[in-house]
Design a protein around this ligand. Structure first.
Ligand SMILES: [Zn+2]
Length: 249
């Protein structure tokens, strides 16, 4: 994927990013070579490819599967963040490969005597991890030659219950301090990332949130009939959106 398109906010981290549904998006995906898709404002990257330099500023990394073009740059990502005294990244991997990833880092530590600090989280399909209080990730099933999973990012917002709308600040404060639950939670699927997968994930009953997400990033070929309602955004990397049709040409 190229990094062209509409530019982001102008900060270094979003420079050159495409802006989709309010999220700057960067990345590249060349089948068999390298996949890394980044959401700089969330400090979140999906897969690490060969570790493109721009990925360094992302504190969270979700790995979809262990093919080298998706995970190959992992030790370098961790080592380079260490080199620049950045905080240890949090890395989410399919639970079934967690032990192997731990051993991978052990081997590197033995060889170069570095610390390679990071937090490694094994996540099974259906399990969740909170990136922030208002942002969580859930793993979902994908269908590939080796164990694989995608991730849905959810925003979590508190909204004032209808019956309390219009009350003064003091009244709300009093209600709150008297223990009344004045808000309710809205959880919305924002971004889904599949990594390599066959189209079977689309009909998986447990994956409805994947297709409800505002942004769906697929390791993709050209649109299939079942996806014809979606607009094709990045011909090479497969970032889709059902809203940003104006990007089509
Ligand atoms: Zn693969």
């Amino acid at each position: 994927m190229g990094t062209g398109g509409t530019s982001g906010s102008g900060s270094d981290k979003t420079k050159g990013a495409m802006n989709i549904e309010g999220y700057p998006v960067k990345g590249l995906s060349i089948a068999g070579h390298e996949t890394c898709v980044m959401f700089p404002t969330l400090k979140l990257a999906f897969d690490i490819g060969r570790f493109p330099q721009q990925a360094i500023s992302h504190d969270f990394l979700c790995i979809s599967h262990a093919h080298m073009d998706h995970i190959g740059g992992l030790p370098m990502y961790v080592a380079t963040r260490g080199l620049f005294s950045m905080k240890p990244p949090t890395i989410l991997v399919p639970k079934c490969i967690k032990k192997d990833v731990e051993q991978l880092f052990e081997v590197h530590r033995r060889m170069d005597q570095s610390e390679l600090k990071h937090n490694l989280i094994g996540l099974d399909v259906g399990e969740e991890f909170y990136l922030r209080k208002d942002l969580k990730v859930r793993a979902f099933q994908t269908y590939h030659a080796i164990p694989s999973q995608g991730y849905v990012v959810y925003s979590i917002r508190q909204k004032l219950k209808q019956e309390y709308v219009g009350l003064s600040g003091n009244e709300i404060k009093n209600l709150k301090s008297s223990g009344v639950e004045i808000t309710y939670t809205i959880t919305a699927p924002e971004i889904a990332f599949t990594g390599d997968t066959m189209s079977d994930f689309i009909v998986d009953q447990n994956n409805t949130d994947v297709l409800r997400s505002r942004i769906l990033v697929m390791e993709g070929e050209k649109p299939e009939r079942s996806l014809s309602q979606l607009c094709y955004l990045f011909m090479e990397c497969g970032v889709w959106s059902d809203v940003k049709c104006e990007h089509l040409s």
